[in-house]
Design a protein. Structure first.
Length: 296
């Protein structure tokens, strides 16, 4: 995997169509290694991570972040992914070791793994008093269609989304996605062209595995050779921001009595970050110090 992960933002048809394209092969491979994912769960988490970095790339401030929670009541259980405005992303799922047979068209059964009896929950923390929360029912569990519905319901935007992860015996061969939005002045003629070109273009993971650049993919999907590139320097990355200090604060939030009860039975508290599997160990002496500092 020589190609860097990248996101580009582009306008087509004289600004009537906007498209964000992402290559996420390396970050999805990193997630696969951290969580010891199977081919099925790599495809599931990879698609959600890709969607998160696309959405994260639109956040304005470095303090902003977006959290995606998915629970389709399928075998993989709950999925949680968080991205910041630099598209630094982290995520986990409840049951990362699930592996399912291929579906009836010979593809990884993402929909069967996620399930479709549940909701997608989007939480945007963008510096307002309360975070923005958008909830939409899952349609297929295939992720891309579910986010298309989210944009239609929550943001009233005509949107086309493609997400794909190609997995081979060595890991992630290619991963990426695009989100295409029609602007209010987009015409029926443009819609027809987009529909034809999206169909002709084929899957995003195949285009990436054929080493097409993100600009070439945007041209292929829109059918417009005269794209205007707005941004092409975003490098998404799988990056966890956990720290010993954050976990210590989490222990303090349990309260004095709870901590006293825990160290009655154990000589240490071992905490594990769900996003990166890093362990933080607090021995009895240290916990006693925390309790003492908490006062009465």
């Amino acid at each position: 995997m020589n190609s860097k992960d990248k996101i580009i933002k582009v306008l087509a048809y004289d600004g009537k169509v906007s498209i964000i394209c992402a290559r996420t092969t390396n970050l999805v491979e990193e997630a696969r290694k951290i969580h010891d994912l199977t081919p099925t769960t790599t495809a599931v988490l990879g698609r959600v991570l890709t969607m998160a970095v696309i959405m994260g790339s639109e956040l304005k401030s470095e303090k902003d972040n977006i959290t995606i929670q998915i629970d389709g009541r399928g075998p993989v259980g709950k999925i949680v992914v968080v991205s910041n405005n630099e598209s630094k992303v982290k995520g986990y799922m409840q049951n990362p070791l699930i592996e399912l047979p291929l579906n009836n068209i010979g593809k990884i059964d993402v929909g069967g793994a996620v399930g479709k009896d549940g909701y997608i929950n989007i939480i945007k923390d963008i510096g307002l008093k309360e975070p923005y929360i958008g909830i939409t029912p899952i349609v297929t569990g295939e992720i891309a269609e579910d986010f298309t519905k989210y944009y239609a319901d929550s943001e009233q935007k005509p949107t086309a989304i493609a997400l794909g992860v190609l997995v081979n015996k060595n890991g992630v061969k290619s991963s990426g996605g695009y989100r295409l939005n029609l602007m209010p002045d987009g015409t029926d003629d443009i819609i027809t062209k987009l529909e034809e070109n999206i169909k002709k273009a084929g899957s995003i993971s195949n285009m990436l595995s054929e080493n097409l650049s993100l600009e070439d993919i945007a041209k292929k999907v829109t059918g417009d050779e005269n794209l205007v590139i707005l941004e092409d320097e975003i490098e998404p990355e799988y990056k966890c921001d956990c720290s010993r200090e954050k976990f210590e604060n989490g222990l303090i939030s349990l309260g004095k009595k709870e901590l006293e009860d825990i160290i009655k039975d154990d000589d240490k508290i071992e905490t594990v970050c769900q996003f990166c599997n890093k362990k933080y160990v607090f021995d009895k002496k240290y916990i006693e110090k925390i309790i003492k500092e908490m006062g009465d």
